[in-house]
Design a protein around this ligand. Structure first.
Ligand SMILES: *Cc1c(COP(=O)(O)O)cnc(C)c1O
Length: 490
């Protein structure tokens, strides 16, 4: 029986030379273990009593520590060929096991991809003020829905509504979970069971399954497409309006451009048509911006205030794209329409929490000081970082990187192109600098392997492979010391 079992597990080859059959103790379901090794392993209780594990028990609790002890012992039991350390060594393995289990899976990373607002890496990094405000909101009760003057119940939207109106020129504002939620809610509240007219050139798909036709369907709205992919005219909107029309809508082509023989109907023109028929005009602006980005030397991006001024009745945009705040969807516009949106049952399902509202308010407050924005908001700071600053940074850390990688890699500072990301400022590359690592010999899979080594660091470093090199874009590297500190672990 034992013989059969051994053969079927294919282990006999490994230790037949060193251990004779009677050294094995097998119970049903047991791992195959030489008695010799088992004797050298202490019991769970004996390990738990070690003074070396007292601190671990105080931090992680008895149950988790005991579980970690069992896991570590099982590991040694399963591998009879390996050497079992002394009790102090076992204790330190237990501490490692506990630390690895306690580690958050939402790991901090270095975003050196060159995409500043990287959706997969959490988009905007928040300002110090936003972090402090969120921290405070988490630590103590706050007047989230409470009118301090009257002592009565309030509305959470009032936390940011005044600021949003001030910064956009809108009459009213409300906030939901993200811009996708904002679009869904606006459509459900203003157009359910009716029709919304959109140009065929604007039926956007944003990465991660946001597609205008699908959102329309989910909101129980019938999409009426007008025009063609490249050209839509005012008369296309005019002719599509009928008794079932609920609204006209524009969607910002966030992540693509239609060029060549094109025609688009300007906001003011769509607004005039909508208002002549007493219909609301909705615009999904995607990223949207509260300021003119060209004043910061960045590519042009639509400004929310301009949309309101042009006659858009309801504008939706993201709080964590160019705005540089926490994830949220902002809805600004006409008072009567915002009131209808706020009353819809989906609003309750899509509302944001106090942590988001606190961080959003602090982010919006920064826009009252437009001349300091590039200093105070990390997203705008990264987007406007001067090339000379990155060049100096590259000169300081390039040699350290070269030393850490050794002979096999050539490290150089190269010009690269960064981008805002998240569908903001699309197809407008922002000049940037990167450290490029090129394998000296035949590349093979060397680049992928090196990228994996960077990702395996305590604070994973995420770069991008381009043109035969692994690039670490310097635009978003703000923790130089933290980056250098872990190079020796590479
Ligand atoms: C990004 C984007 C969305 C989705 O916004 P989220 O905040 O990611 O939900 C919707 N519409 C447009 C045009 C966008 O650019």
């Amino acid at each position: 029986m034992a013989q059969e079992c051994l053969t079927s597990q294919g282990r006999i080859v490994e230790f037949a030379a060193a251990v004779r059959p009677f050294d094995f103790a097998l119970a049903p379901g047991d791992e195959i273990v030489p008695k010799a090794a088992m004797r050298r392993l202490p019991s769970v209780d004996a390990l738990l009593r070690l003074p070396e594990l007292a601190a671990a028990r105080a931090e992680h609790g008895h149950a988790a520590t005991a579980q970690a002890v069992r896991t570590v012992l099982a590991g040694y039991r399963a591998d009879p060929a390996c050497d079992v350390p002394d009790p102090a060594g076992l204790a330190s393995k237990v501490c490692e096991e506990l630390a690895s289990r306690a580690q958050s899976s939402l790991r901090r990373v270095f975003n050196l991809t060159g995409t500043v607002l990287h959706t997969n890496l959490g988009r905007a990094v928040l300002s110090e003020a936003a972090v402090a405000a969120a921290d405070l909101a988490m630590r103590a009760p706050c007047a989230l829905e409470f009118d301090l003057a009257g002592g009565s119940r309030g509305d959470r939207d009032t936390v940011v509504e005044g600021l949003l109106c001030e910064l956009t020129g809108a009459e009213a504002a409300t906030v939901v979970n993200n811009n996708a939620a904002a679009v869904l809610l606006v459509l459900a509240a203003l157009a359910a069971r009716r029709e919304v007219v959109v140009s065929r050139g604007e039926l956007v798909e944003i990465g991660g399954a946001f597609r205008i036709p699908d959102v329309m369907r989910a909101a129980n709205v019938r999409l009426v497409e007008v025009g063609t992919t490249n050209r839509t005219h005012a008369r296309d909107f005019e002719q599509a309006i009928g008794p079932r029309t609920a609204a006209l809508m524009k969607v910002h082509a966030s992540n693509y451009r239609i060029s060549g023989f094109t025609a688009e109907v300007a906001q003011a023109e769509v607004a005039a048509i909508a208002h002549a028929h007493d219909l609301p005009f909705i615009e999904d602006l995607g990223a949207g911006s509260l300021i003119d980005m060209t004043e910061l030397g960045l590519p042009k991006e639509p400004v929310v205030r301009d949309c309101i001024a042009a006659g858009v009745d309801v504008v939706t945009f993201s709080s964590d794209k160019l705005l540089g705040g926490p994830q949220a969807g902002l809805i600004v516009g006409r008072k009567d329409l915002i009131a209808r949106i706020r009353r819809h049952p989906l609003k309750r399902a899509l509302r944001v929490g106090k942590i988001t509202l606190a961080a959003l308010e602090a982010t919006l407050l920064a826009y009252r000081k437009p001349d300091l924005l590039a200093r105070d908001l990390p997203a705008l700071r990264a987007l406007t970082r001067p090339l000379e600053e990155m060049e100096a940074l590259g000169q300081r850390i390039g040699p350290c990187l070269a030393a850490a990688l050794g002979e096999d890699w050539k490290v150089r500072t190269v010009t690269s192109t960064a981008q805002a990301g998240s569908g903001s400022l699309p197809d407008r590359a922002i000049p940037s600098l990167a450290l490029a690592m090129r394998p000296q010999g035949k590349p093979g899979r060397a680049l992928e392997k090196l990228a994996a080594r960077f990702r395996a660091l305590p604070v994973p470093v995420i770069g991008r492979i381009h043109d035969g090199a692994l690039l670490l874009d310097l635009r978003c590297l703000d923790d130089e010391a933290g980056f250098l500190e872990q190079l020796e672990l590479l």
